[in-house]
Design a protein around this ligand. Structure first.
Ligand code: GAL
Ligand code: CA
Length: 336
């Protein structure tokens, strides 16, 4: 009797797995994209950990390159749905285009984990009970970067080259409309004004690709511009653009205070070499792990945080937010 019951149970479970992924080997398959394989952080920090952690968890992950085109991503999602993946893990190209993806997932009744680029359309996360977000609290990166800069500014009076008590800065901004780019731009500067220090923006340029080439080109142009000699601080919304700015400064034989965000290995090397004053750890390892953990649970129809230590924040965003950490010349070795 007991044996018959067990057999029934096993058959039932096998059946439900086969039903869940349309295949019959019981393996969870995750349909995943990266908005662009050209992106330093996504390709260098997030993608390798998605692959590694999925393998460790015994699930299949199919990661495609959306090449910076939302239309391409929409097609990729259609293909994943046709292939009957068990769950989608999606890195939006356009943060204002989440609703299209959510509708597709909802129609196909496939759970959806959005990661890294938070949806900006109002209330969109509430439009489907099987969509969640994994990322960070964007503002936190700007606040931490700002606090580092303010502390160093106060400790180095010579950084105020013209002695006017204000910070003359240039800003390399990431993708316009991207919550990380917007929040970093705002909160990094706000730290100065909150501390009673005046600011003057000499230039700001934004790059949807957050790229090293862009950082290099803009910094090189700024250094030879009419205000080139007035720059006292270089604020970069990510390491990638910062790397380019560092190269441009070295080529011009100048060394201005410079800060970024992400804490990629190369950034740690720049800190070690005295070429970067600080960055902020954007914890790609834990963001990738949370994405996979939630995806597996969602595919199995379980509570998404079951058996994990991730916390979903309250409110409308249904998000797991991995904390940022300040990385300085004092502590960078801990992040190797
Ligand atoms: C940010 C990261 C940037 C870039 C961007 C892409 O979190 O700091 O370097 O990768 O995501 O969405
Ligand atoms: Ca000044």
């Amino acid at each position: 009797m007991k044996k018959a019951l067990l057999l029934c149970l096993v058959l039932l479970m096998a059946g439900s797995f086969a039903f869940a992924n349309g295949k019959d080997d019981g393996t969870v398959t995750i349909g995943c994209n990266i908005y662009s394989f050209q992106d330093n952080f996504m390709n260098g920090a997030i993608k390798p950990e998605l692959e590694k952690y999925a393998a460790a968890k015994g699930v299949k992950i199919d990661i495609v390159d959306s090449e910076g085109q939302q239309a391409k991503l929409n097609d990729q999602v259609d293909i994943f749905i046709t292939k009957k993946v068990d769950v989608l893990a999606i890195n939006l190209v356009d943060p204002a285009a989440a609703s299209a993806i959510i509708e597709k997932a909802k129609k196909a009744n496939i759970p959806l984990i959005l990661f890294n680029k938070e949806a900006t359309e109002d209330g969109v996360m509430k439009s489907y009970d099987k969509v969640w977000y994994v990322g960070t609290n964007s503002a936190e990166s700007g606040v931490i970067q700002g606090e580092m800069m303010v502390a160093d500014w106060k400790a180095n009076p010579a950084w105020d080259k013209n002695g006017d008590g204000k910070v003359q800065y240039v800003m390399l901004k990431g993708e316009p409309g991207h919550p990380d780019a917007e929040a970093r731009t705002k909160y990094s500067v706000k730290a100065f004004t909150d501390a009673g220090i005046g600011v003057q923006q000499l230039a700001l340029e934004a790059d949807p690709n957050w790229s090293t080439q862009f950082g290099n080109d803009k910094m090189a142009a700024w250094l030879t511009s009419s205000f080139g000699k007035d720059i006292e601080l270089v604020i970069c919304n990510n390491d990638g653009m910062g790397f380019g700015a560092i190269t441009a400064m070295k080529a011009a034989g100048v060394r201005l205070p410079i800060y970024s965000v992400d804490a990629l290995d190369q950034a740690l090397t720049h800190i070690e070499d005295g070429e970067l004053d600080g960055t902020v750890l954007n914890d790609g390892v834990n963001q990738a792990r949370a994405t996979i953990d939630l995806a597996i649970n969602a595919a199995k129809g379980m509570d998404v945080t079951a058996g994990t230590s991730w916390k979903i924040d309250n409110g409308n965003t249904k998000a797991v937010r991995v904390p940022y950490v300040a990385v300085t010349p004092e502590n960078y070795k801990e992040f190797r």
